[in-house]
Design a protein around this ligand. Sequence first.
Ligand code: SF4
Length: 468
Amino acid sequence: MPVTTTPTTQVKFKPYTRQTIALARQWQWMSPDLQEAVQVISHVLPFRTNEYVMEQLIDWNNIPDDPIYRLTFPHRDMLPPAEYDRLRDLVLNKADSGAIAQMVQSIRMRMNPHPAGQMTHNVPRVNDAPLKGLQHKYKETVLFFPSAGQTCHAYCTFCFRWPQFVGMEDMKFDARETTELVSYLKSHPDVTDVLFTGGDPMIMNTRSLAEFIEPLLAPELAHIQNIRIGTKSVAYWPQRFVSDKDADDLMRLFEKVVAAGKNLALMGHYNHAVELRNPIAQQAVKRIVGTGATLRMQGPLIRHINEDPKSWAELWTTGVRLGAIPYYMFVERDTGPSDYFALPLARAHEVFQAAYSMVSGLSRTVRGPSMSAFPGKVVIDGVVTINGEKLFALQFLQARNPAWVKKPFFAKYDANATWLDHLVPAFGRKKFFFEEEGDLGNHGAAGRVIPILPATQRRASDVQPDAA
Ligand code: SF4
């Protein structure tokens, strides 16, 4: 069982990668087959874990089925068997690096590296030049990717931002400083929220983080009301908020943002109840909310990791007790090894409903299961029967066109569908209402609409123009 002690002294962060993982004592506890999967798959997808995750979160008596092991260690089934075998032969036979690179690149491009139009539609342009470290999908929210925050304390095996970490430079979002961000925000008074994201911005030391955040406190950016930071450090390295040498400075920075009249919202990425069982993880939550910041809990539902509703219910209940706010259960995105991790939408709805029914009203701030799809965030509200037809009831929680939000719509029930573009409109209609309207609003980055097509067609048209 994981150890649950709170360190009283400062603990040094110790990461492990493909090059160093064999030095960890736990490596000897893994079978040759599991070790091989790490060595092979980590050529395609990023692999990084750390000593805290390995010592305190993974139950090594239960590998490979332990949820946090699955969350951070690659598994051979993440690639189709023939593809895995071919890559394994190249890697283990120490083939020419060009041959390995060629195969790795072809696998990565098959994996839909930038889903939901991130590169084609979300990147804002000034004088027709893209602002590389920004995304502006929804009218009121801008995403900012600080370059120093484009890594994480450990990598999730399902990561939807995996191209950020594997050297695909032409597919990476990052910005070295905030000049362009500030100038963009000055000219967009309807933007109220800035989300610092990555990777994990909390990988930065407090001084670097302050250099990115403090410019947003300027009087001319009074329209920026909410500063959000997306972070997994609350689970992978809660010491960041408690015992790191600049943890107290970090708390002072949070207090400064709050004192400036902004809402500072940490968007905490949690995947499993075990991540919030350790005293230090709980202490991190208390310290964050003690500064006046808010901490919202969100994460995707993933096969092999968190399909158990009881885990979600425990996570939300513990979080609420500590002062956090349950926010989103996402549907696993259609990128990376999604065939390995995806659950049917029907199953996702069952898990959400079961977890939701186990918790008190204070935890029912959570929304889900929600797909961050090309047109917006679509939630599965339920399964209904109308005129004898079994249907999914859906609505947008967020949309490229604000007029679409909260408009109910229906799709034919499909027990196997795992994503929005697998669904067919109900009542004999040819298109969903948002496909008929085809209006992104005038804040869309490229101002054109990609119709929702079957996955294989959509991926080709969605990714290649900007990836070339
Ligand atoms: S924390 Fe987020 S960005 Fe980092 S590896 Fe996990 S999913 Fe990817």
